[in-house]
Design a protein around this ligand. Structure first.
Ligand code: ANZ
Ligand code: ZN
Length: 818
């Protein structure tokens, strides 16, 4: 007796919750709604320790809000398109869906075993036709609004495999499959205009202050990267159009001694002279082998080639040579810069290497960059700078030069964002097809809504292997279609969408997962969103969160949602590591979740991960002891099995000391959970278990009503992390299942006060009231209590207090005015 059988309990309660549909929300408006969301999983094999932690955290919030009386929606689904399924299909000569859905089923079983309070009725998979139909529908709405467009850009290309590679398939510049050096190839690809929303994405972060971790907001801010500066036009001899550069330091224009354009830009192609063409072409081939990261690195040795011509500096008419160099990127700013070697280190490195002039135009610290090799930055007195000479701060330098350029018509102040448009095309099979048809007569034509979804053709195994064009392009029967506009012959677009598109709107779909007339029921989204708590890994701190914020803003502008930000609160759980290192196959330090559960049970594993430390911190499994978690749970269960009072016993008659401990715990644990300090909440629960044990063994005994009250709350508090043992405890207490439908107790503050004293309230020397107050009552609190007392109020009859004499805690004397 008194022993909790973990395996039996798991099976019993899983079956109960499923049959009872315990975790499906009522969704009838009878209770206030709360939406708790975990980032949905990718179906790569079974759940691992990382999942165990993340989902345990989300479940604490979800179960707590449910007990607090909210109608909680806590859905689950799968981000089920993606490259690993395609690789598995090639390897095993199957269809990617086989690997995908088999893994999903494995994960479903594990999630259920893990005892999460998930609503299985809302389950979705982004690779289902029912889902991707609406991904396509959304794409078309973006397309209609000019938010989806095509342009040329470079992709990673393996010359041996003849295939496009995703960034994660390029390992140190080489193809992951065959080791060949990866090069770049130009392709016409689809983009979303995230840049149109750059400023809103920045501004709306104000609404997330306090709800999102500060470092995530900082990462978003950096990624958007707002820079204030100017566009400056340099005339080119023999060319009508000037070349425009973007600079954050237009005030250094007098120090511009050359100009640089990105070698892989259209502009470089236009500018290069016939004489320099061979040198340039050879250089471009070399640049294509350099990764973007190398090009941006300050360590990387900069290279370049002269394009054979000069440009005119608009403020002094000076002729400066025009170069192409790898450190200038094609898709930032205008893809062209004015080089000011004295005050920009990259330009200085380049100038010293190629023997280009260095001219100091700012005296920052008395040093000369041409001599030291160190560019000087910041504020300083302007030199050799015409109208700027005499000024000595950047702010007035910048505004003066911009005013001059604007007057001349050779430049304007501008704001530049580092954020780029979202490249969403993938030359991959296992993704959502882009619902566009290319017609020779009509150009890009949207597939009509009533013909959605554009389904993937049935390709498997070798048909997915690389062979020069993407698998969809090779499916010629599928590609050939008729133009929806003119009826003539046309071709389907053969790209699929980045899976980040799928995950940018799944949280809307959960609100009405089977809605057939649109991606979601607007009314359902209004009822449930924004999400009260979002939980997921910090690896998604930038792209996923930015993209889903972007989608939300577009949907808002379409009138489909009425808020700016979809997730009010964000929790980034830490990682589970082992022996100080991330778990990995090569280190052999992986900890298998299934094996841990087999040995210690779900409750003990969940308790361990949540108790390990603040949710945001990493957990080192080597320091954990699921065995002692299990021991504690047994201790808690034993208490419940020993309680002998009836369920309807009157708690008020219980042992005062234990009642006080219980109510203190209720107050504190509620606060701790609400502020995300789950580990401390568990520590408080452990203390209450100890106090209850003492009461049972001591004078109070197992029949004392306070013991029942305490044990009920222990079970409820434990139910947030150890749901099986909590249900067993609830049952042992003779209470109806499920504990998940019980009510989090109200905390009675008066019970938690320390010893009370009777305070006498005198008015003009006469006793008008006697009150029970805490022994350590403050004058302010005493006065407030006194003024709330009916007898005192009657006697004061509305008169103001002009003087208070306090001899606390025994006496408070009030002198009213006339
Ligand atoms: C002249 C200059 C002088 C610059 C100076 C800086 C200091 P952020 O702050 O990141 O926006 N730049 C502009 N476009 C570029 C591109 N496509 N690739 C590489 N570099 C580019 O940086 C803006 C500065 O980075 C610009 O201001 C430009 O160099 C360079 F004392 O112009 B600056
Ligand atoms: Zn047509």
């Amino acid at each position: 007796p008194g022993h909790y059988d973990k395996v039996q309990a798991q099976e019993k309660w899983q079956a109960f919750w499923e049959a009872d549909r315990t975790f499906e929300p009522l969704d009838d408006g009878s209770r206030e709604r709360r939406y708790v969301l975990d980032m949905f999983p990718y179906p790569s094999g079974d759940l691992h320790m990382g999942h165990a932690e993340a989902y345990a955290m989300g479940d604490v919030v979800s179960r707590y809000l449910r007990l607090k009386g909210f109608d909680v929606m806590h859905p689950i689904g799968w981000d089920s398109f993606g490259l690993p399924a395609e690789n598995a299909a090639i390897k095993h000569n199957t269809h990617p869906s086989e690997w995908t859905y088999a893994n999903i089923e494995t994960q479903v079983r594990s999630f259920k075993r893990y005892g999460l309070s998930l609503d299985w009725s809302r389950r979705l998979h982004t690779s289902d036709e029912e889902y991707y139909r609406w991904t396509q529908w959304l794409f078309l709405r973006f397309f209609e609004r000019g938010l989806a467009y095509r342009k040329d850009s470079y992709v990673n290309w393996c010359p041996k495999d003849q295939t496009v590679l995703a960034n994660e398939q390029v390992v140190q510049g080489h193809c992951e499959r065959c080791g060949t050096e990866v090069t770049k190839r130009k392709l016409n690809q689809w983009y979303f205009t995230t840049t149109d929303y750059a400023q809103q994405l920045l501004d709306d972060m104000q609404q997330l202050e306090g709800g999102w971790p500060e470092h995530v907001l900082a990462m978003q801010r950096n990624w958007i990267g707002r820079s204030e500066g100017a566009h400056v036009q340099f005339a080119i001899e023999g060319r009508d159009e000037p070349v425009t550069v973007f600079t954050t330091r237009p005030d250094t224009l007098f120090g511009a001694t050359f100009m640089v354009v990105a070698p892989d830009s259209e502009l470089a192609q236009q500018l290069v002279t016939a004489a320099q063409r061979p040198a340039f072409d050879a250089y471009l081939e070399q640049v294509k082998k350099t990764t973007e990261i190398e090009r941006q690195s300050t360590e990387h040795e900069k290279t370049g080639v002269w394009l054979g011509l000069s440009a005119t500096n608009p403020v002094n008419g000076e002729q400066v040579p025009v170069w192409a160099a790898d450190y200038v990127l094609a898709d930032y700013g205008t893809g062209a810069i004015m080089a000011v070697p004295a005050h920009d280190q990259r330009d200085l490195d380049f100038a010293l290497k190629y023997d280009l002039p260095v001219r100091t135009v700012l005296d920052v610290d008395g040093t000369d960059p041409a001599v030291t090799g160190v560019a000087t930055v910041g504020d300083g007195a302007y030199l050799n700078s015409g109208l700027l000479d005499g000024l000595s701060d950047k702010k007035s330098g910048v505004s003066t030069i911009i005013a001059q350029l604007e007057e001349q018509g050779t430049g304007t102040g501008t704001i530049q964002y580092r954020l780029r448009d979202w490249l969403l095309s993938r030359q991959r099979f296992w993704g959502c097809p882009i619902p566009i048809v290319h017609c020779e007569q009509c150009g890009e034509v949207a597939v009509p809504d009533d013909q959605l979804p554009v389904k993937l053709p049935d390709l498997r195994g070798a048909a997915l292997a690389p062979k020069g064009i993407s698998p969809l392009a090779a499916a010629t029967d599928w590609v050939a279609t008729t133009c929806p506009r003119c009826g003539g012959p046309a071709k389907r677009d053969t790209d699929t969408m980045d899976t980040f598109v799928d995950s940018s709107w799944y949280f809307f779909r959960y609100c009405s997962p089977h809605f057939a007339d649109g991606p979601f029921d607007v009314e359902a989204v209004r009822n449930w969103m924004p999400v009260a708590q979002y939980v997921g890994g910090v690896e998604h701190a930038i792209l996923h969160l930015l993209y889903m914020r972007f989608f939300t803003k577009v949907l808002r502008d379409m009138g489909m949602v009425d808020f700016d930000e979809p997730m009010l609160k964000l929790l980034n759980q830490g990682q589970v590591i082992n022996q100080g290192r991330a778990m990995s196959k090569s280190l052999g330090n992986g900890v298998d979740l299934g094996a841990q559960i087999d040995e210690f049970g779900v409750d003990a594993v969940r308790l361990t991960v949540v108790f390990a430390g603040p949710p945001e911190d990493d957990i080192d499994w080597a320091d954990m002891s699921p065995a002692s978690s299990l021991k504690f749970l047994q201790r808690a269960y034993r208490i419940a099995s020993e309680v002998t009072s009836a369920p309807d016993v009157d708690f008020a008659a219980g042992d005062a000391a234990l009642r006080k401990a219980t109510h203190k715990a209720i107050g504190e644990i509620s606060q701790l959970i609400e502020s995300g300090r789950f580990n401390v909440a568990i520590a408080r629960t452990m203390e209450l278990v100890n106090a209850t044990r003492k009461a049972i063994d001591g004078a109070a005994g197992p029949a004392d009503p306070a013991v029942r009250e305490a044990t009920m709350f222990i079970a409820q508090s434990l139910s947030l992390v150890a749901p099986y043992v909590a249900e067993e405890m609830w049952e042992a207490l003779g209470l109806p299942p499920s504990i998940a439908n019980s009510e989090w107790p109200a905390y009675d503050e008066s019970l938690t006060r320390d010893d009370t004293v009777t305070m006498v309230v005198q008015i003009q020397g006469k006793i008008r009231g006697k009150l029970e107050v805490p022994a350590d009552v403050t004058e302010e609190a005493a006065l407030e209590l006194a003024l709330a007392d009916e007898g005192v109020q009657r006697s004061l009859a509305g008169r103001e207090i002009v003087k208070v004499i306090a001899r606390l805690p025994k006496m408070l004397s009030l002198v009213p005015g006339r």
